[in-house]
Design a protein around this ligand. Sequence first.
Ligand SMILES: *[C@@H]1O[C@H](CO)[C@@H](O)[C@H](O)[C@H]1NC(C)=O
Length: 348
Amino acid sequence: MMKTKLAFFFIVLLLVVVVFILMKSDVSLLGTKSHKSEMSTLREDEIIVLVWVWPFGDHFPLNTCLVEFGISGCHLTADRSLYGIANAVVMHHVDIMYDPKSLPQEPRPRFQHWVWFNMEPPLIIKNLHLLDNLFNRTLTFRQDSDIFSPYGQIVPSKQPQSFTIPAKSKLVSWVLSKWYPGARRTEYYKELKKYIPIDIYGAKHKKLSWNDFHATISQYKFYLAFENSVHKDYITEKLWSNAFGSGTVPVVLGTSRKNYERFVPGDAFIHVNDFPSPKELAAYLLELDKDDEKYRKYFNWRLHYQVKVGGGWQRSYCKVCESLRSGPHYQVIPSISKWFLNNSVFIS
Ligand SMILES: *[C@@H]1O[C@H](CO)[C@@H](O)[C@H](O)[C@H]1NC(C)=O
């Protein structure tokens, strides 16, 4: 009697398991319908880069690597069902930093590279220690990343370019999205404004819409391209787009002048460290305001160089393909935290 009961129990259990497996496979069959069609368009030699999370929730076009950046054979996808065949999975740090479970939970295929994507300074990012021994490549604003993804670039022009300095009627402007109390830039600003008037846009000050951005800022002779952090190679759109993109002279605060000069001609900007204190900087700006010839010298570099801003998120993801193609070498990063936090000062 006991035996038949037990046998019955096992038969029921077996049935339950079989039904469960069937359901699972059915579900995944349904779920992979679109992925099947995406897969059928893939070419043998294409590199598949999986955008694991949309950075800050921003959706961007996935098929521009060739047309915009001349990078061929690169297939970006946001379809997680391609995880098993993706050559690289790119994880944007800010979107995964609060929960280790937001990383892929399935076993990693042997050939797959996990790429740590981060454009933020330590001030913003958290929980780097959760990433020990997980990632194979870094993709950041730091030049010593495996894949370098700067906020902007200056490239030599093929022929001398003419540049017209926009008409100037105002002195100093600053656009900021957030005050960081106690940050170096906040303290510096408080001193500086004692000696020179500064117009602030954003963060509950003067209003500025994106449509008027460059037109408004271009009227100013100087722009405070003050970074929220002092970190090696951390030079953001504040310089590239806000200042250079508006045809104004940037006054930079951030990493050292030497570090800036790695990426930007030395006569294209004014560095706060060039002056013993904000008072002397203010005096210098007022002096330039009166001396047009001297002011104009800050635009001489435009004759031979051009500014290339960003390229959007796409550029960074497309560069992953380029990097994988140039050498799919085996590598594990034992501690991103050590690499990122301990080498944060630029030493020439
Ligand atoms: C990537 O890193 C993981 C985790 O340490 C490692 O197991 C894997 O072999 C590495 N893969 C490559 C292609 O470097």
